[in-house]
Design a protein around this ligand. Structure first.
Ligand code: KG4
Ligand code: ZN
Length: 322
């Protein structure tokens, strides 16, 4: 078997995966540190780095085991070089360098955002460009013109001026008393609520950019204005209305972007692409498979298929970027 070993440690997931050149996933192991960071209400970078250090080798071993493979089957090592938490990234980059050097394998540095887009190129989906892509995660909100599977063939049409969409979900969840990271929990709570119960406006900024920071202030005021006895009874309505505002903002902008580029094929990727209301609001769009929305290493190995490899020893000077 000839496979690419992907390694991802940019935030709070330690992940390793084996993927074939044809984009078939042989294994995809994710060790989430979310519980470790929950009590701080967000990711603590130094805590994340230390945990990655403990987990990276066992996670790689598990990815090999799950696929029934050994290091002899790996012909390329791919790793997220950035953007992300610098200390966390360095753990993955160092592990990748050590493995590639020991086995004299080529190493592919992958941009994390390219990875999210490349989640669409894996089998059985195997989406072919061109398309307009919404990348919405905890760290980024981007509207992309995807002309090619290589990262050089992807243009940025718009981005957020303040909070990322996932960040807006997480901050809203926190105001509603949900534990970090609250996006998925807010999604579940919202299923029992009325999206029209509260009116939360989303700022419209010029061009194809987004702004979500005003929204959380609106939720803060709504929560503050409710008598504490009512807050619990209305929390599902608050969640549904808040989610509705984020989803509407995303859907509107994507429609405008598609109109501008003339590419009416639309795809959504990143952690927020797992949101049930967003998926329902975009019946015509191709959403990344649920298991590949949040951070994983299969998408990193997938992106490596369209990225130039560094041969030994050129990659020994490779650095991570925040
Ligand atoms: O892509 P990702 O794993 O990490 C980054 O690259 O940032 O995205 C994580 C983000 C978090 O903000 C999380 O709350 C959000 O995705 N998320 C969701 C859902 N599942 C994850 N947001 C809304 N609804 C969901 N179902
Ligand atoms: Zn991500």
């Amino acid at each position: 078997m000839a496979v690419i070993l992907g390694i991802e440690t940019s935030c709070d997931e330690t992940a390793a995966a084996l993927v074939t050149r044809d984009g078939e996933i042989r294994s995809n192991v994710i060790a989430s540190q979310a519980n470790l960071h929950a009590r701080y209400g967000g990711v603590v970078p130094e805590v994340a780095s230390r945990r990655h250090l403990e987990l990276v080798t066992p996670v790689i071993r598990e990815a090999l085991g799950e696929a029934g493979a050994t290091l002899d089957d790996v012909d390329t090592v791919a790793v997220t070089a950035g953007p992300g938490l610098i200390g966390a990234l360095l753990v993955g980059v160092s592990a990748a360098k050590a493995l590639a050097w020991a086995r004299r394998l080529p190493l592919v540095p992958v941009d994390h955002l390219h990875g999210h887009v490349a989640s669409l190129f894996l089998e059985p989906l195997g989406l072919e460009p061109p398309f307009t892509c919404l990348l919405a995660s905890g760290g980024h909100t981007l509207l992309l013109d995807v002309r090619d599977r290589a990262w050089e063939g992807v243009g940025v049409l718009g981005t957020t001026l303040d909070d990322a969409a996932g960040e807006a979900f997480d901050k809203g969840a926190r105001l509603l008393g949900l534990p970090y990271p609250g996006g998925a929990a807010l999604d579940r709570l919202a299923r029992n609520g009325d999206p029209e119960a509260f009116s939360f406006p989303v700022a419209r900024v010029p061009g194809l950019d987004f702004s979500f920071s005003g929204l959380k202030t609106a939720l803060l005021y709504a929560v503050r204005d409710l008598p504490p006895t009512e807050l619990e009874a209305r929390s599902a309505d608050l969640a549904a209305s808040y989610q509705h505002a984020i989803v509407r903002a995303l859907v509107e902008r994507v429609a405008e972007a598609a109109e501008q580029t003339g590419r009416d094929r639309i795809a959504v990727v990143g952690g927020v692409a797992a949101n049930s209301a967003l998926r329902a609001a975009f019946p015509e769009a191709t959403a990344a498979p649920l298991a590949l929305c949040t951070d994983n290493a299969a998408m990193i190995a997938s992106a490596a298929r369209y990225t130039e490899a560094l041969v030994s020893p050129a990659y020994l000077t490779l650095d991570a970027y925040a």
